[in-house]
Design a protein around this ligand. Sequence first.
Ligand code: UD1
Length: 378
Amino acid sequence: MRVKVLCVAGARPNFMKIAPILRAFAANPLFEARLVHTGQHYDDALSKVFFDELKIPRADVNLGIGSGSHAQQTAEIMQSFEPVLAAEQPHVLLVVGDVNSTIACTLVAAKFRLNEAFQTVDGPRDRPLLVHVEAGLRSFDREMPEEINRLLTDSICELLYVSDPAGIDNLKNEGVADKRVAFVGNVMIDTLLAAKERAMQSDILEQNALEEKGFGLVTMHRPSNVDDPETLKDLLGTLDKISHELPLVFPLHPRTKARMEAANITLDESRWKVIPPIGYLDFMKLIATAKVVLTDSGGIQEETTVLGVPCVTMRENTERPVTVDEGTNFLAGIGREKILEGFKYAMTTPPEGRIPRFWDGKSAERIADHIAEQFPKQ
Ligand code: UD1
C-alpha cells in the first residue's frame, strides 16, 4: 500500500512550512503526497512567489477561497474541502501552522469517513490520520485568532509534531497523551537553511540603496496592532522615533496598508523605505543583513534567532518562547518605552543566542519517518 497524504497550505506562513515536508514525502516511496491550496492568500506577492522560489510543486487542488470574515473564510474552506476529501480519499491529512485554513480543513477531516478502511499499526481505521505540524505553540492569549486555531487543531489532530520545546509541556498540560506528541524541530528552519545560500545572492540591498547592518527591518500585520487606528498610530510613532537613529525598511502587508490609508498615516520617506510585500529570498536577505528586526510576526522571531539577528517583538506575548530563552528575541510588548529599550539594547549589544535543538534542517525528514512508522511494514 502507498500512503496517500493530503497536505494543506493556505496563507503565506504556510508555504515555507509545507515546502520541505513535500520534499521529504517525495523522497520516500512509501508516500504519495498531494497538495491543496485553499487560496486564503491569492496575491502573487503573498503566494505565487513562494511557490516559485521554494520550488513547491503546483497545488493539485486550489480551492480559490480568498478573503472574508473569519467565519466566512473558515466556512467556505470547509464546504469546498469536503468534496476534495471525498475525491482524494487520503490516508493522512497534514496541516501546518495556525491560520484559518489549518483549522478549517482539520475540522472537516476529523468527521470524514473514507470509502475503504486501511491498516495502521494501531489497527484498521476509516478516517484519515490527522497530523499537525507546528503543534503545541500557545500564546495563552485567546484574543488572537491563531490561538483559537492552534487550540482546536491540536485537540482534534492525532499526531502532533512540535517545534518549540515549550510545546511539549503545553500539550501535556492539556492532557494530550505522550504517544501523540513528537518533538521534531522546526520545518520553517529546514526551508531557511536550504535557501540561505540562494537568499544571500539577492540584490535587494542594492535595489533599495541599503547597507549591510545600516538599517532596521519592520513588519507589522497583526489585527491587534493594526486594526485600531490609535494603536497603529502609537506603534508607528514609536518606530518613527527609532527611524531618526536608524533608517527603517517596511514591507507592507495588505492589511496594514489598508489600515494606514484609512487612518491617513504616512511615513517620512527620508527615514522610511516602505515597500510592497517581498518574496522569501529577498526577505531572508533583509533579515540577515538588518541591524535589528522589529516585528509582530510569529515566524520572524524564529528566523532572526537562526540568523543571529536581534529581534524586538511588538507583542505582549509569544507562542515561541524558545526564541526568547535561547535565541535573539526580546519580547517588548507594544508600549513605547519597552520597544525603545529593546531597540537600544539591539544597537549596543552584540547579538547572543544559540540555535534551538533540532532546528537543523532535518525536521521534515523526521516527520516523514515518524508518519511512516504508523503504517505496517510492507
Ligand atoms: C493571515 C493569518 C495570520 C498570518 C498572516 C500572514 C489567519 C487567522 N491569519 O492573516 O496568522 O500571520 O496570514 O500574512 O489565518 N489580502 C490581500 N491579498 C491576499 C490575501 C489577503 O490583499 O492574497 C488582504 C485582504 O484584504 C484581506 C486581508 O489582507 O482581508 C487579510 O487577509 P487574511 O487572510 O484574512 O488574514 P491575514 O491578516 O493575512
